[in-house]
Design a protein around this ligand. Structure first.
Ligand SMILES: [Zn+2]
Length: 244
């Protein structure tokens, strides 16, 4: 392997162990940990990132996406949301493991490479200002920023805002999640000119029912964006979505 390729490999699959008891200086996984994370590779559903057993050609969608197209055009996830990835993501969200952001952004750069190549700007799912004060950082923003920088694409954190605090999506049904986020996201009018006709890549941490991503996509499309694609760290295994 060439030195450059090896360096990239080391970044995506670091040698340091995050799950070996003590905290590592740099985020990573032990070989056992890596073996458990279910990374998603092509072929996947173009609409929701669900892996297919067979390659049926580009742009093919699963039955759920065919039956009910989502407000976002396409989605990619780096891995399944399961026992192995849940621990990592919850540490990242709730335990100040902000150091994992770089690792996750590298996962997304790889999993969503085709969407990144066509994107004009990267936007993260925003957090309500009050929640941001409590949590101190928005995990989606921490992934989106380095991803955009690496790809050389504009990063527009202010283009989408959460105007209503609402409740956590955790534990809610699909309909409950949609109600909870309906109208919660909006694009400030001063962004309309810049958003007009642009292909946006939206970043979030976990894709469950897609309610949050759809609410964000609707706001961006309403503000004039040409299309909205979605890239997440992890997605649930069920194509129709499930509560977590
Ligand atoms: Zn699908």
């Amino acid at each position: 392997m060439k030195a450059g390729a090896r360096a990239v490999q080391d970044l995506i699959f670091p040698h340091h162990d995050w799950d070996a008891g003590s905290r590592a200086a740099s985020p990573g996984l032990s070989p056992q940990g890596w073996g458990k994370v279910a990374f998603l590779e092509a072929p996947v559903c173009d609409g929701c990132g669900l892996p297919f057993e067979y390659d049926m050609g580009p742009g093919v969608r699963c039955a759920a996406c065919e039956a009910r197209p989502k407000a976002f055009s396409r989605a990619r996830a780096a891995c399944f949301y399961d026992d192995a990835s849940r621990d990592l993501i919850l540490q990242f969200k709730h335990a100040d493991r902000i150091d994992l952001a770089r690792l996750f952004s590298l996962w997304l750069s790889r999993a969503a490479a085709d969407l990144i190549a066509e994107a004009d700007a990267v936007i993260c799912v925003p957090m309500h200002p009050l929640r941001l004060i409590r949590r101190r950082y928005n995990q989606a923003a921490e992934i989106a920023r380095p991803l955009a920088r690496r790809a050389g694409i504009a990063y527009w954190p202010g283009a989408l805002v959460r105007r209503r605090a609402g409740q956590s999506q955790a534990g809610k049904s699909g309909a409950g999640r949609r109600r909870n986020v309906a109208g919660a996201y909006v694009c400030p009018t001063r962004w309309s000119r810049r958003l007009a006709g642009k292909r946006i890549l939206l970043i979030d941490d976990v894709l469950t029912t897609g309610a949050t991503a759809e609410a964000c996509a609707k706001a961006l499309l309403k503000a004039g964006a040409k299309s909205v694609d979605l890239a997440v760290i992890a997605r649930v295994r069920e194509s129709g979505g499930a509560s977590i």
